[in-house]
Write a new protein. Structure first.
Length: 249
């Protein structure tokens, strides 16, 4: 695996690495603040092998604390479904229709983001009320499946979703007021959200123990020592390439 490829994969990492959860909360396609360095890294996914995403589960008040209405929850789930399906299919037009942002999506960037991803799966949404009736804070847990690795990487993302006076729901990706930002920061510190982050982190650790290839990839993306026997040929090739490049400088 070349250094260029490693750099491209690392753009994906803010999405998958709940081991670096602080980075995840600051990064993502839909961040709570005006902070979009933007997401995964990759170039054309084979959409013929991609599973259709279904987001069908929201939590109860006992699980998450305050919740939104059942009608709002259904619309939120459908919107999250459309978002990830558009992402994996490099559908820039759809994303530009459902995301209110000051930057337009384009096919080339989306292809870069999905190059190493075969599918997103196992979605659960956790929808919390925002500071006003027409805003919602939505956390999404899911698995990212990388090409050639049959174990998903448990992941976490979050969105601000709103609805307009006509009842149209969309993802809001613009700068927020100071009052709204303070509300979001308070939500981030809540027991419910902290427990969710911890659960995803634990699930990722277990997935890495289950699959040596995933463990190797996550360690590499974290720039940590690789404590696994997985992919030894890849590791040796990378080290050999590094030595070659170093001698040529």
């Amino acid at each position: 695996m070349t250094r260029k490829t490693q750099r491209m994969i690392r753009k994906v990492f803010p999405y998958i690495s709940v081991l670096l959860i602080a980075g995840l909360i600051l990064l993502g396609v839909l961040l709570f603040t005006k902070n979009n360095d933007d997401t995964d890294s990759t170039s054309e996914a084979d959409t013929s092998s991609v599973d259709v995403i279904e987001v069908t589960e929201t939590t109860t008040e006992e699980e998450t604390g305050p919740t939104i209405s059942a009608v709002d929850a259904l619309h939120v789930d459908a919107l999250v479904d459309r978002y990830y399906e558009a992402k994996i299919n490099d559908n820039a037009e759809e994303l530009n229709n459902i995301v209110d942002t000051d930057r337009e999506y384009n096919v080339a960037d989306l292809a870069d983001e999905t190059q190493f991803i075969s599918k997103y799966d196992n979605f659960k949404t956790y929808s919390l009320p925002g500071p006003t009736d027409n805003y919602f804070i939505v956390y999404v847990t899911y698995d990212i499946y990388f090409n050639g690795i049959n174990t998903g990487a448990p992941s976490l993302n979050h969105f601000v979703i709103t609805k307009d006076s006509d009842g149209y729901y969309y993802i809001y990706d613009r700068e927020l007021s100071g009052e709204f930002q303070a509300y979001l920061e308070e939500t981030e510190r809540s027991e419910v959200v902290m427990a969710l982050k911890q659960q995803v982190e634990t699930d990722l650790e277990e997935a890495c123990e289950e699959n040596e290839d995933l463990k190797y990839l996550i360690a590499m993306l974290n720039e940590q020592p690789v404590e696994t026997t997985a992919a030894p040929e890849t590791q040796e090739a990378t080290e050999a390439e590094a030595e070659t490049e170093s001698s040529g400088e």
